[in-house]
Design a protein around this ligand. Structure first.
Ligand SMILES: [Zn+2]
Length: 281
C-alpha cells in the first residue's frame, strides 16, 4: 500500500489554529510519528507537506499538497489537522465511499484513546479532499482549544491509531528504537535491573535506564556505534568512507558534532543521554 500524507498548514501564509496548543507543531509531530513508524514496513509513505515554504496565498499551499499527492500515485491521501472552535473529539471529512470506510475506522481508533467520536462528514467543500485523485481523508484528530482533548494529547498514540485504522496493523513501537534496543543487547548494555532489553520499539522506563548508561565517544567500537552511525547517516550526517563500520573514528566525530550543533545540543562530540534522546526522536 502507498499512502501520501500532509501535515495541515506549517507554511506561510497557511498557519494553523491556535488554542491551548498550536495546530502546526501538533500536525507535524503526528505526521512525523506516522512516517517514522511506517519506515521499514510494506506500507510506503510520502510526505506532501510544504514545511516552512512561503506561498502568495493559502490556495497555493493546498494546491502544492494535491499536486504532490497526485504525482505520488498513492492509494490513499491523509490530511492531518486539529480542530478549533469549541468542540471535543475526532472527526473526519471525505467524499468517496472508499475514503469513508477508512475514515470510520480512523474515528473509531482515535475514539478508543478517549476522544469523543464526532463521526465522518462530507468533505466536498475542502480543497485537498476535493482535488486529490485518490480516496482522501482529512482527519481532525482533536480540538486544539479543548482542555479535555489537549490534556490527553499524545502524538504516539494518535499515530498508532491512524496506522492501525489504515493498515490493519498495530505498530507497537518504532523501528529506530527497536534497533537501539537490539544494539544495547549486543553491546552488553542492560537495564537498571541488569537485564537485557525487550526489543519492542517502545521507549519504556527500562529502555531509558539502559540509555542512561550509554556513552559513545571517539575510540569506542561496538554495535551501539554501528547503530549510531546508521542513524546519523539516515539523518543526513555522513560518517566517512567506512560508513556504519562500528568504529567511532574522526569522521563519526565530525558527524556527531554536526548533529549536536544542528540540534542545539552541547557540541562535545560525546554521545550521552541528551544526544541519544535526540537521535531517538
Ligand atoms: Zn487545520
Amino acid at each position: 500500500m502507498k499512502i501520501s500524507i500532509d501535515a495541515g498548514h506549517n507554511c506561510t501564509p497557511d498557519g494553523g489554529a491556535i488554542g491551548i496548543k498550536r495546530e502546526d507543531p501538533l500536525t507535524k509531530e503526528v505526521v512525523g510519528k506516522i512516517i517514522n513508524k511506517l519506515q521499514n514496513t510494506t506500507t510506503k509513505i510520502i510526505d506532501c507537506t510544504p514545511y516552512g515554504q512561503a506561498f502568495s496565498n493559502v490556495g497555493q499551499s493546498l494546491q502544492y499538497r494535491c499536486s504532490k499527492a497526485n504525482q505520488s500515485n498513492s492509494d490513499l491521501h491523509l490530511c492531518i489537522h486539529f480542530n478549533a472552535g469549541g468542540g471535543e473529539g475526532v472527526e473526519c471529512y471525505v467524499t468517496s465511499q472508499t475514503a469513508k470506510n477508512y475514515a470510520i475506522k480512523i474515528c473509531n481508533e482515535i475514539a478508543l484513546l478517549g476522544y469523543g467520536n464526532r463521526g465522518v462528514k462530507d468533505g466536498s467543500h475542502l480543497f485537498v479532499v476535493k482535488n486529490t485523485n485518490m480516496p482522501c481523508v482529512l482527519v481532525e484528530c482533536a480540538f486544539i482549544d479543548s482542555t479535555k482533548d489537549m490534556s490527553m494529547y499524545n502524538a504516539d498514540l494518535i499515530a498508532n491509531a491512524i496506522i492501525k485504522a489504515v493498515t490493519g496493523n498495530l505498530i507497537p513501537g518504532n523501528s529506530v528504537i527497536a534497533a537501539f534496543q537490539a544494539a544495547c543487547n549486543l553491546s552488553g548494555i542492560t537495564d537498571k535491573y541488569g537485564n537485557k532489553l525487550v526489543v519492542d520499539g517502545v521507549r519504556s522506563d527500562l529502555t531509558s535506564s539502559a540509555l542512561a548508561k550509554v556513552i559513545l565517544k571517539k575510540g569506542t567500537s561496538s554495535n551501539l556505534v554501528k547503530w549510531l552511525q546508521t542513524r546519523l547517516i539516515t539523518l543526513g550526517f555522513p560518517c566517512g568512507s567506512g560508513g556504519a563500520d562500528g568504529i567511532f573514528g574522526a569522521s563519526t566525530l565530525v558527524a556527531v558534532k554536526n548533529f549536536q550543533a544542528k540540534n542545539k545540543l552541547v557540541v562535545d562530540g560525546t554521545v550521552g543521554t541528551n544526544t541519544l534522546n535526540k537521535l531517538l526522536d
